[in-house]
Design a protein around this ligand. Structure first.
Ligand code: ADE
Length: 234
């Protein structure tokens, strides 16, 4: 047990899919996995372990923001031996060609947070996912006939009230979308030599101000889940 996870040693599979929302974790476990059991519920941040196509797989929520995902990722890696962490979440589109419900796979994550610099002696660390997982994801996308956008995203500290200069800067530098966790996940995975990936769906758009309804989100969510599950299975 750890301060934030009450599972026993061995309760987690080597690969953990991580949505932000605990009820999403429950939905994923119940919908896509077999022989599922709940393995942790501290603060209602639920985690489950089951099987996908006969292979052990876990799913656990990471909450919102980089401090939260940092806690869960750290404990999963260092106390439960987790080797692959795949965030499945939503993001706000920045790139003008992105449409609502499009899929994005992060090939790197910029950030306006100081957290990554804290790990890197005050310098700018290039937070990026694992290449093997990226490759597996690209191959899984082809198999599933999906066309995610691959590119740089920004993991922000603020959902409300970001610096107004940030949006034009992201457009100038070709950032595809914003979310709030990937950079921290990539940095932790790098530090502890495990693999991480982040797959997202566009739930809202910062330029067009469009938003998806909950039904629309469910459809694109299913595509994102198939992509993440097949990547984990590869
Ligand atoms: N996740 C989904 N939409 C977002 C947005 N607009 N900003 C940050 N994170 C998000």
């Amino acid at each position: 047990m750890t301060p934030h996870i009450n599972a026993q040693t061995g309760d987690f599979a080597e690969t953990v899919l991580m949505p932000g929302d605990p009820l999403r974790a429950k939905y994923i476990a119940e919908t896509y996995l077999e022989n599922v059991r709940e393995v942790t519920n501290v603060r209602n941040v639920l985690g489950f372990t089951g099987e996908y196509k006969g292979k052990p797989l876990s799913v656990m929520a990471h909450g919102m923001g980089m401090p939260s995902i940092s806690i869960y990722a750290h404990e999963l890696i260092n106390f439960y031996g987790v080797k692959q962490l795949i965030r499945v979440g939503s993001c706000g589109g920045v790139d003008e060609e992105l449409k609502l419900r499009d899929l994005i796979v992060a090939t790197s994550a910029s950030t306006n947070s100081a957290m990554i610099r804290d790990r890197f002696a005050g310098y700018d660390y290039a937070a990026a996912p694992d290449f093997e997982l990226l490759k597996a994801c690209s191959e899984a996308a082809k198999e599933l006939d999906l066309s995610p956008r691959f590119g740089n995203i920004l993991s922000g500290d603020l959902f409300y009230g970001s610096n107004p200069a940030l949006l034009p800067a992201m457009q100038k530098m070709g950032v595809l979308a914003v979310e709030m966790e990937a950079a921290a996940l990539f940095a932790i995975a790098a530090e502890f030599r495990v693999k991480a990936l982040c797959v997202l769906t566009v739930s809202d758009h910062l330029i067009t101000a469009e938003e998806t309804s909950s039904e629309e989100r469910q459809n694109s969510f299913n595509q994102m889940m198939e992509l993440a599950l097949e990547t984990a299975y590869a």
